[in-house]
Design a binder for this molecule. Structure first.
Ligand code: AMP
Ligand code: MN
Ligand code: MN
Length: 325
């Protein structure tokens, strides 16, 4: 744990006038909720805030307050006093703005990934913590900053998403205390859950139907694999981000210890992995394949033209000994 920089982070934020807040590529709800929540809180402190994202916000998360304030082009960086990077386990997760952002000092990094690879000037990293969202809550308290209802909503969504609705092993009493404080601030948990989870379009449900039919069980049911091919996207009319949460279905099988989802995208195969309990660390497997994540939720990408079968082979070579061991 490196909370060593927290006091310096607070001082740096207090001193800065214009702050750029960024997060990882293809941002999930924790990334966006933390980014938008913190940005809103910083504006409440009188700061000028720039919310940078490489891609426009996915329709899955466009219910988050202030998401229309995200910009996809970097502004003139000379006006920026400080950059804050959220939910990135390593520098490459920042995406194509990395080099430019590294020229801004101080760069503050707040993250909760297992095996976090340090970058930036001032870091607050708590590996194993449930979400970046609940760290932002704590940071805001340390800043003695007002948490608006919009910010509370963003942070609560971040926590719910990254804990799998308070189901994952990373969920602790602290997680509930912070989530409880956000609900006490006025967040409606039912509304957030509906926006996050009951958001299927018909084409997305059809894609799910097809993807689930690819289920392959190995190692006496301990390892599950599902696959989404390019043709499945074409036939269903669903978009790439429509596969969000599909991995939870094979994970839900009683026998399953590790679930894997392979998704064919233009020019790459993206891999999502989920595991149960402390025995199966999928972040270690993801790191061996150039990715990262957490003990129970990790991912990586095959970018060198590998076929689905080749990707499957490489993953199984690492996962079969893990689940059979
Ligand atoms: P996902 O399966 O996409 O929901 O990702 C699960 C976790 O793995 C997230 O916390 C991500 O931070 C991490 N992750 C996913 N893909 C990658 C990647 N290509 N490189 C590093 N970490 C990743
Ligand atoms: Mn994330
Ligand atoms: Mn996260």
């Amino acid at each position: 744990m490196s909370a060593k920089h927290l006091n310096e982070i607070i001082k740096a934020i207090q001193k800065a006038n214009t702050i750029l807040v960024a997060t990882h590529v293809f941002p999930d709800a924790d990334a966006l909720g933390s980014q938008l929540g913190l940005s809103n809180i910083l504006e409440g402190m009188g700061k000028t805030v720039i919310r940078y994202s490489e891609e426009p916000v996915s329709y899955l998360y466009d219910f988050l307050p202030d998401c229309e304030k995200l910009i996809c082009e970097l502004p003139d960086l000379s006006q920026i006093d400080c950059v804050i990077v959220l939910d990135c386990g390593d520098r490459l997760r920042v995406g194509k703005a990395l080099e430019a952002l590294l020229t801004i000092h101080p760069m503050i990094v707040v993250d909760h990934h297992t095996g976090h690879q340090e970058f930036g000037d001032l870091r607050w990293v708590q590996s194993g913590r449930a979400s970046t969202g609940d760290m932002i809550y704590e940071l805001s308290k340390a800043l003695i900053a007002e948490i608006s209802l919009d910010a509370a909503y963003c942070l609560y969504a971040a926590i719910v998403a990254d804990t799998g609705s308070f189901k994952y092993a990373s969920t602790t009493a602290t997680t509930f205390t912070i989530a409880g404080a956000l609900v006490a601030r006025g967040v409606n948990p039912e509304q957030v859950a509906t926006k996050l989870f009951d958001n299927f379009t018909e084409s997305r449900l059809h894609l799910l139907q097809t993807v689930l039919s690819t289920l392959e069980l190995s190692a006496e049911g301990k390892l599950a694999l599902i696959t989404a091919t390019r043709e499945m996207f074409e036939l269903s009319g669903a978009a790439s981000d429509d596969t969000e949460s599909f991995i939870n279905y094979p994970r839900a099988l009683t026998s399953v210890k590790v679930a894997v989802f392979l998704k064919e995208k233009e020019g790459a195969i993206s891999v999502s992995m989920r595991s149960k309990g402390s025995q199966y660390d999928v972040s270690e497997v993801a790191r061996k394949l150039g990715g990262g994540g957490h003990r129970n939720a990790a991912g990586c990408k095959f970018r060198n033209g590998e076929t689905l079968a080749e990707a499957r082979e490489q993953i199984f070579a690492l996962l079969l000994p893990l689940v059979e061991g």
